[in-house]
Design a protein around this ligand. Structure first.
Ligand code: ATP
Ligand code: MG
Length: 328
């Protein structure tokens, strides 16, 4: 059963994966409106399945306490990062997830190397960490707006040439190091079309309850659309690796983006295949002794094991129902 589910999920996300070493041209290679031939109703049903799968695997990940998962989410403004996080994580235990949002770096953050602030928010073993924007901003917004680089006050030798290639290399090595040490890294780019972004901005202006989400700066940023597409294409080509692949998720349909993100995360967890720890024979024997002691503590008139008693009653009821059905 589990293998079949894993296979189905792997097939579903395959077209979204950026083949390591391939040369990506975002506009040519990925359609923001792709929906794998699904209808919205089917998609919502699938999301439900995905979320319950995630919940099951997250519990095992936490119990095993050996691996951690880092999910990086990148998108242009109005790409739907917040909604994706909300829906995908709706069924999981909040204690096992930490979400970090990365904005314009603070003075303290700028006083360190560029990876410092991201390294501080990595998952613990047993945890899923979500980066809402991530270290990839360092090769996106910093590249599109070079004044961000000036603010980083790098020594001249570090800015001279090949800066972006060096950053790609450093990021790949960092992610490799994390993977080798038990932290799986998976990266999602929510791929929105320019027209859908325009529609979402208009919606934010028209609907009073969405006004707080509207930012004039986002509309100004839209003027750099072409530069961003180029920066994204180069980043995807250079940093989709076997150990930490990129997935380009079509984002024009929110429901499809959400099921895709859930499927990608579920795939990552299924790949780890965390197991509940086995306490071992000796510990099991100790548990049985404790069990007997607890049973002896039952107050007069109370069953030795109320839980077992309940289960017995339930089974009896079920049997009765069955035989009634047979007779009637
Ligand atoms: P939302 O708008 O949904 O609240 P958001 O992620 O867009 O979420 P904002 O506060 O609107 O959050 O924007 C954060 C800004 O910080 C973005 O414009 C992003 O490009 C910028 N930013 C993130 N990391 C860096 C960085 N390392 N250097 C410069 N700017 C950065
Ligand atoms: Mg914003």
């Amino acid at each position: 059963m589990s293998d079949e589910r894993a296979e189905r999920i792997a097939d579903f996300i395959e077209p979204l994966r950026v083949e390591p070493g391939s040369e990506v041209c975002l506009e040519r290679d990925f359609d923001p409106r792709y929906k794998a031939g699904l209808k919205k109703r089917e998609g919502i049903e699938l999301l439900r399945t995905g979320v319950s799968l995630l919940s099951e695997y997250q519990e095992r990940l936490a119990a095993q306490n050996t691996y951690g998962v880092l999910l990086c989410l990148q998108a242009l403004d109005a790409g739907g990062k917040d909604g994706t996080i909300r829906h995908v994580m709706s069924g999981v235990n909040p204690q096992g997830v930490r979400v970090s949002s990365f904005k314009v770096p603070s003075a303290e953050e700028l006083d360190h190397d560029y990876m410092w602030r991201y390294a501080r928010r990595l998952p613990e073993r047993g945890e899923i960490a979500i980066f809402n924007r991530s270290h990839y901003e360092e090769v996106l917004v910093v590249r599109v707006h070079p004044e961000n680089l000036v603010r980083q006050r790098l020594p001249e030798s570090a800015v001279r040439h090949g800066l972006w290639d060096r950053r790609y290399r450093e990021i790949n090595h960092w992610e490799r190091y994390l993977t080798d040490n038990g932290f799986k890294v998976v990266k999602i780019f929510l791929n929105l079309s320019k027209e859908e972004q325009r529609t979402r901005f208009l919606k934010r202006i028209d609907r009073p309850e969405k006004n707080w989400k509207f930012s004039a700066a986002d509309v100004r940023e839209r003027r750099h659309w072409g530069d961003y597409q180029e920066a994204f294409s180069e980043m995807l080509s250079a940093t989709s690796t076997k150990w930490a692949p990129w997935y380009v998720v079509p984002a024009d349909r929110k429901w499809f983006a959400r099921i895709s993100a859930a499927a990608i995360l579920a795939h990552t967890l299924m790949d780890i295949d965390p197991q509940f720890p086995d306490v071992g024979e000796a510990a099991r024997k100790d548990l049985l002794v404790t069990r007997r002691d607890l049973e002896r503590e039952a107050p007069a008139g109370e069953p030795a094991d109320p839980y077992a008693e309940k289960r017995k009653k339930k089974r009896k009821k079920k049997r009765k129902k069955k035989s009634k059905k047979k007779r009637g």
